[in-house]
Ligand binder design. Structure first.
Ligand SMILES: Nc1nc2c(c(=O)[nH]1)N[C@H]1C(S)=C(S)[C@@H](COP(=O)(O)OP(=O)(O)OC[C@H]3O[C@@H](n4cnc5c(=O)[nH]c(N)nc54)[C@H](O)[C@@H]3O)O[C@H]1N2
Ligand SMILES: Nc1nc2c(c(=O)[nH]1)N[C@H]1C(S)=C(S)[C@@H](COP(=O)(O)OP(=O)(O)OC[C@H]3O[C@@H](n4cnc5c(=O)[nH]c(N)nc54)[C@H](O)[C@@H]3O)O[C@H]1N2
Ligand code: SF4
Ligand SMILES: [Mo]
Length: 732
C-alpha cells in the first residue's frame, strides 16, 4: 500500500482509516476553487468530497470535482516531456528539452526579431500561479504577439472597467450574499459557479437571496438552470441586451429614479447619458431587445426601488459585438441606482494580495501597438486571439515563427475556420506546456507537462480579487510529485532563464535550481500577503502569514466586501466616468438602427456550458462523459415543427463560414428563434483516446473570427446566424 502522509490542513491532522488517508485539497478546475477532501486508498484517489471547513465554498463541490482524481490517474496524461520525431512524439529529458528550446528560441529571435516569438496563455493558467509566471515570461520575451484566453472571455469587462474606473481590474463584483435584488444577464452561475464574481455554491447563494425576501431575475435567451431558481425569467433576444439596458436607463433618468446623492459623490457623466437615452424609451427599443416595453419599465423601476440591487453580467454578453458596451451599461445602471460600492450592490474586493489597489499604476497601453493589418489595437499588453492565425500564416516582416502555449487549446477554443490548426503546424518552433496531446499541442515540437493538479502546492492570489467574499486559501498537495516532475511555474521560469544573454546564462547555470526556487509561488504569496492589507507589516502579530494560512482548516475568511471605491479608483478626479465619449458615440450609432440579419439564416446560435464539461478539456475523464451525448443542439418545439424535425434527428447546422452535424434535442427552455450548442467538443486526432472516440463537433467551426466585440476584438461566439436542417434533407 502506498499512501502519502500529508496533513489534513488544519489542526485535526491527517485522518487515517484502514488503508485510506484523507487529505485536504482544492479543486482548481474553475475559478471557484472549492475546498475538497481527497481520500486515497492504496495510492489511488477513492473519494473526493467537499471540505465543510473551507471559508468560501463551505463544503460545496460540483460534479466536475471528481475529475481531479480522474485527471491524476488518466493514462493519457503526459508525465514526461515529449519531443516531436517526424509525426510521433518520444520522451526526452527536461534538460535536453530546455537546452534545445533555448537555443532555437534565441536563434529565431536573433534572425527575425523579438516579435517572431508569440505566446498564448490559456484559461487554466488563471487557476494557479501559472498566470503570474506566464506574464513574467511574456515580459522576458518582449513580444507584441502575446495572446490569451482573455480575448475569448472577459476583455470587454476589463475594457469597460478601464474606461469607467481607470483600471482594467476594477470589474465590480456582485455582492450576492447581501443583495435584495439580483439581476443576472448572460450568465448561468448555477452551472458555472460564477466568474468574475466568483461564487462557489452559487445555487445556494441564489436561493438565499429569495429566502431573505429578495428577488432574482434572469435575462437569458434560454431558460437556464439559474433561471429555474429565479422569480422571473426574461427571454431576451440574443444580442438584444444593449437595447434593453438603454431602455432601462431611459426610464431611470426620465422618471428621476437615479440616486443623485450617490452620483454626486461617486461619478460624472449623467448629462451625456441623459442625451444618449432621450429617445430610447422602452417602446422604442422593445423590438430590438426582444422584450416587451412593460417588462423594461418594471426592470428599471424595481432596480431603483430595491433596498439594494446588483445587475450581474458575464460571458453571454462578452461574446457579442456589443460586449464592451453592454458591460459598460451594466456598470452605469448599478451606479445610477446607487448600487456601486455599497453592500448588497456591486463592490470591489480587498484581497490579501491587494491587486485592486496597485492595478491603477499599471498602464493599460491601449493601442501601444497593433496587429500587422493595423485593425486590432493592443490592450494591457496583448492582441486579440482571433488574429493569431494570421500573424503566424501571413508571410512578411513581423511574422510569428515560434509559439509557446501554456494551458490553452486555442485550435479548439477560438473561432478560426481551421486556419489556426494549419498555422500551428507551420511554425519553426512550437513549445506547448500542457499535460495532454490536444488539438493544439499535437503540432508541438516539444510538449512540457506540468504536475497533476493533485501534486500542486499553491496559493491562489488572483481569484480572490474577483470573489464575492474576501478570502485566501491554500492548495495542499494530495500526492508528492514524483522525482523530476515540474510544475508550470518552474517550466515557465526555466524558459525565462534561457532568454538571458550568454554571460548571465553562464553565471546562473550552476545555481539555476536555487534561483528558480527563490521565486517560488509560496514565496511570492508570503511576500504579497505580508505587504497586503492584512499582513504583518501593517497588522503586526495579528497579521496573516503563510504559516497561519497553511495551518488553517480551510483558508482564512477576510470578511465581506467593503466600500473602497475612492481608495482603488484609477481616474484622476477619483470619480467613475459613466459616459466615455467613444461608448456614447457607438451606442448612439447603434440606436439609429442595428444591421439587419444576413439573408438565408433564420436562427441565432448561442452557447451552453455544462455541469460535467469544462471548456475544451476534461472529456477524457470517463466519469465526465458517461450517459448520453452532451454535444447536442437545443431547439424550441415550434422551430422543430416548422422544420419537420424530431427529437434525436441528426441535424446540420450551417453558418456563413462552416457546417457541423449534431443530434437535436427539443427543448422549450429555448427562446423560439434561438438554438444552442455547447463548445469544446468534437475531439479528433489527439492523445485523448477516450475523448477522441466520443461523438460531437466543434461549434467554433460555425463562428466567424471576424465577428468580434468592437472595442476589444474579443471573439463574438454568441448570436451567430445559422440555419438548421435534417442531414438527410441537406443531402437530398
Ligand atoms: N464557442 C465558444 N468558444 C469558447 C467559449 C464559449 O463559450 N463558446 N468560451 C471561451 C472561454 S470563456 C474560455 S476561458 C476559453 C478557454 O480556452 P483555452 O484557453 O483554450 O482553455 P481550455 O479549453 O480550458 O484548455 C485548457 C488546456 O490546458 C491544459 N491544462 C489544464 N490544466 C492545466 C494546467 O494546470 N497547466 C497546463 N500547463 N495546462 C493545463 C488542458 O489539457 C487543455 O489543453 O474557451 C473559449 N471558447
Ligand atoms: N461547468 C462549467 N463551469 C464553468 C465552465 C465550464 O466550461 N463548465 N467554464 C468556466 C469559464 S472559462 C467561464 S468564463 C465561466 C462563464 O460563466 P457564465 O458566464 O456563467 O457561463 P455560461 O454558462 O456560458 O453563461 C452564459 C449565458 O449567457 C446566455 N446568453 C447567450 N447569448 C446571450 C445574449 O445575447 N444575451 C444574454 N442576456 N444572454 C445570453 C447563455 O444562454 C448562457 O446561459 O464559467 C466557468 N465555469
Ligand atoms: S465549482 Fe466544481 S469545478 Fe469549480 S472548483 Fe468547485 S468543485 Fe471544482
Ligand atoms: Mo472563460
Amino acid at each position: 500500500m502506498t499512501t502519502v502522509d500529508l496533513p489534513l490542513s488544519g489542526p485535526r491532522g491527517s485522518q487515517a482509516n484502514g488503508t485510506s488517508t484523507t487529505h485536504a485539497g482544492q479543486c482548481t478546475l474553475c475559478e471557484a476553487h472549492c475546498g475538497i477532501r481527497v481520500t486515497v486508498t492504496d495510492g489511488k484517489v477513492s473519494r473526493i468530497e467537499g471540505n465543510p471547513d473551507d471559508v468560501f465554498s463551505h463544503g460545496y463541490i460540483c460534479p466536475k470535482s471528481t475529475a481531479m482524481g480522474g485527471l491524476h490517474e488518466d493514462p493519457d496524461r503526459l508525465r514526461t516531456p515529449m519531443r516531436r520525431v517526424g509525426d510521433a512524439f518520444e520522451p526526452v529529458g527536461w534538460e535536453e528539452a530546455f537546452t534545445d528550446i533555448g537555443r532555437r528560441l534565441r536563434r529565431i529571435r536573433k534572425e527575425h526579431g523579438k516579435q517572431a516569438v508569440g505566446m498564448y496563455l490559456g484559461n487554466p493558467a488563471a487557476h494557479s500561479s501559472a498566470a503570474i509566471y506566464g506574464l513574467l515570461l511574456r515580459a522576458a520575451l518582449m513580444t507584441p504577439n502575446f495572446f490569451s484566453a482573455s480575448s475569448i472571455d472577459q476583455m470587454p469587462h476589463e475594457f469597460a472597467a478601464w474606461k469607467v474606473f481607470g483600471s482594467n481590474v476594477l470589474i465590480p463584483i456582485t455582492d450576492i450574499d447581501r443583495t435584495q435584488r439580483l439581476v443576472i444577464l448572460g450568465a448561468n452561475p448555477a452551472v458555472s459557479n460564477g466568474s468574475l464574481s466568483v461564487m462557489p455554491g452559487a445555487k445556494r447563494r441564489i436561493k438565499a437571496v429569495r429566502e431573505r425576501g429578495g428577488t432574482v431575475v434572469v435575462i437569458d435567451p434560454r431558460r437556464t438552470e439559474t433561471a429555474k431558481l429565479a422569480d422571473t425569467h426574461i427571454a431576451v433576444r440574443p444580442g438584444g441586451d444593449l437595447y434593453l439596458l438603454l431602455g432601462m436607463l431611459h426610464v431611470l433618468i426620465n422618471e428621476n429614479l437615479c440616486d443623485t446623492a450617490a452620483l454626486a459623490r461617486q461619478a460624472v457623466g449623467l448629462p451625456q447619458l441623459r442625451r444618449l437615452v432621450a429617445n430610447a424609451s422602452p417602446e422604442a427599443v422593445a423590438e430590438r431587445a426582444g422584450v416587451d416595453a412593460e417588462t423594461i419599465y418594471t426592470l428599471a423601476r424595481d432596480h431603483a426601488a430595491a433596498e439594494s440591487a446588483a445587475l450581474y453580467c458575464r460571458i453571454g454578453i462578452c461574446h457579442q459585438e456589443t460586449g464592451t458596451l453592454v458591460s459598460w451599461l451594466v456598470m452605469v445602471i448599478n451606479a445610477v441606482t446607487g448600487n456601486l460600492d455599497r453592500a448588497g450592490g456591486t463592490m470591489f474586493s480587498t484581497p490579501a494580495a491587494d491587486v485592486p489597489r496597485v492595478a491603477k499604476y499599471i498602464p493599460a497601453g491601449y493601442g501601444a501597438w497593433t496587429d500587422r493589418s493595423g485593425h486590432y489595437k493592443s490592450f494591457r499588453g496583448e492582441l486579440p486571439a482571433v488574429v493569431m492565425a494570421d500573424e503566424i500564416l501571413t508571410a512578411g516582416e513581423g511574422q510569428i515563427k515560434a509559439m509557446i502555449t501554456c494551458a490553452g487549446n486555442p485550435v479548439s477554443s477560438i473561432p478560426q475556420k481551421g486556419r489556426l490548426d494549419q498555422a500551428m503546424a507551420s511554425l519553426d518552433l512550437y513549445v506547448a506546456i500542457d499535460m495532454y496531446i490536444t488539438e493544439t499541442s499535437r503540432h508541438a515540437d516539444y510538449i512540457l507537462p506540468p504536475a497533476s493538479p493533485l501534486e500542486r502546492e499553491d496559493v491562489g492570489l488572483l481569484l480572490p480579487v474577483f470573489s464575492v467574499h474576501n478570502n485566501i486559501r491554500y492548495q495542499h498537495r494530495t500526492f508528492e510529485p514524483p522525482a523530476g516532475v515540474k510544475d508550470d511555474w518552474e517550466i515557465l521560469s526555466r524558459l525565462m532563464l534561457e532568454l538571458l544573454p550568454a554571460p548571465l546564462r553562464a553565471v546562473v547555470a550552476p545555481v539555476r535550481a536555487r534561483a528558480i526556487s527563490a521565486v517560488s509561488p509560496l514565496r511570492l504569496a508570503a511576500i504579497s500577503m505580508a505587504t497586503g492589507p492584512y499582513g504583518w507589516i501593517r497588522k503586526g502579530r495579528k497579521g496573516i502569514t503563510l504559516r497561519k494560512l497553511r495551518a488553517s482548516a480551510g483558508g482564512l475568511d477576510l470578511g465581506p466586501l467593503r466600500p473602497r471605491l475612492r481608495e482603488v479608483i484609477g481616474t484622476r478626479d477619483r470619480k467613475a466616468h459613466l459616459a466615455p465619449e467613444e461608448f456614447i458615440a457607438a451606442a448612439a450609432a447603434l440606436l439609429k438602427g442595428p444591421a439587419s440579419p444576413p439573408t438565408g439564416y433564420d436562427l441565432q446560435l448561442i452557447g451552453r456550458r455544462q455541469l460535467r464539461s469544462n471548456n475544451s478539456w476534461l472529456h477524457n475523464v470517463p466519469s465526465m462523459t458517461s450517459g448520453s451525448n452532451q454535444c447536442t443542439l437545443h431547439m424550441h418545439s415550434e422551430d422543430a415543427k416548422l422544420r419537420g424535425l424530431t427529437e434525436g434527428d441528426t441535424v446540420e447546422v450551417t453558418s456563413d463560414i462552416g457546417k457541423i452535424a449534431v443530434p437535436l434535442h427539443i427543448s422549450d427552455d429555448m427562446r423560439p428563434g434561438t438554438v444552442s450548442v455547447p463548445h469544446g467538443w468534437g475531439h479528433r486526432n489527439t492523445g485523448w483516446r477516450h475523448a477522441d472516440a466520443l461523438p460531437g463537433a466543434n461549434v467554433n467551426d460555425l463562428h466567424d473570427p471576424q465577428r468580434v466585440d468592437t472595442f476589444t476584438g474579443t471573439a463574438a461566439v454568441n448570436n451567430t446566424w445559422v440555419s438548421v436542417a435534417a442531414t438527410s434533407a441537406v443531402a437530398g
